[in-house]
Design a binder for this molecule. Structure first.
Ligand code: ADP
Ligand code: ADP
Length: 233
């Protein structure tokens, strides 16, 4: 079924009397289990769209349905719950806590979800094993490579079993070899049934997704290139 539906989404940024329209009448939906890449030049509104889908911001107009919930009818507290329980975030710069171990970083969403200590550590360790870091639980971010840090971030994003994994330029800070390993991991997660929405400006990265869409001048279109037809997960 459908996990996400964006209907006629518009987003303007308003700074005093200056109104900057960024997204214009975006229609976009995702089926559960899909792997979609969002491409577009810098400043085209990719992160803005991800922030709306990730319940970090609200559209100026239009509707978003996420796993059956109409976001405009949700209070800010309800959006925070959806963010915690249904969405996993992965960022270009990892956003790990520097003074916490890999295990503690991955436990964080479970602390917010009020999962008890023993269960929390067990689930965080399992998530780290799943991304190949079972032998790095006690390492802090500065003792890990870039690719390993991103795998910790992916474990943190997945530990709550979210409905949707949102990734914003997840390989942008990595060398190409580590970037490829991270892409392999996304593909593996997708094959295991995880729904993935990934932002990238790199066509080679986008080609690995099952479907590509393009944002340009605030409008979204389905990419119809050769690679857009590659098998979905
Ligand atoms: P992308 O992710 O494609 O690089 P963004 O969504 O970050 O694009 O930004 C799209 C446009 O919106 C840019 O012109 C950016 O400067 C502007 N923008 C983004 N966030 C804000 C904000 N909070 N306030 C004002 N303008 C913003
Ligand atoms: P990216 O292009 O990867 O999205 P940016 O540097 O454009 O990264 O944006 C980083 C953050 O700053 C985003 O959260 C975005 O919403 C915000 N931002 C971008 N442009 C502006 C702006 N003109 N005014 C305020 N916030 C902005």
């Amino acid at each position: 079924g459908k996990i996400l539906e964006c209907r006629e989404i518009c987003k303007d940024y308003v700074q005093g009397r200056l109104v900057t329209p960024v997204l214009r009448n975006i229609n976009f939906s995702m089926e559960s289990g899909e792997y979609v890449a969002v491409m577009g030049p810098s400043g085209s509104g990719k992160s803005t769209l991800m922030n709306l889908i990730g319940c970090l911001d609200r559209p100026t107009s239009g509707e978003i349905l996420l796993d059956g919930a109409l976001l405009k009818d949700c209070t800010d507290d309800q959006l925070a719950d959806i963010r915690l329980n249904k969405i996993g975030f992965v960022f270009q710069n990892f956003q790990l806590l520097a003074d916490q171990t890999a295990l503690q970083n991955v436990e964080l969403p479970l602390i917010y979800a009020k999962v008890a200590g023993n269960e929390r550590r067990k689930r965080a360790a399992e998530a780290l094993e799943r991304v190949g870091l079972g032998d790095r639980l006690r390492h802090k971010p500065n003792q890990l490579s870039g690719g390993q840090k991103q795998r910790v971030a992916i474990a943190r994003a997945m530990v709550n079993h979210p409905e949707l994994l949102l990734a914003d330029e997840p390989t942008g800070a990595l060398d190409s070899a580590s970037g490829m390993q991270i892409m392999d991991l996304f593909r593996q997660l997708n094959q295991e049934g995880v729904t993935v929405l990934m932002i990238t400006h790199d066509a080679h990265i986008a080609e690995q997704a099952g479907r590509m869409v393009l944002i340009r001048d605030g409008r979204l279109s389905e990419a119809d290139g050769e690679s857009a037809g590659k098998e979905a997960g």
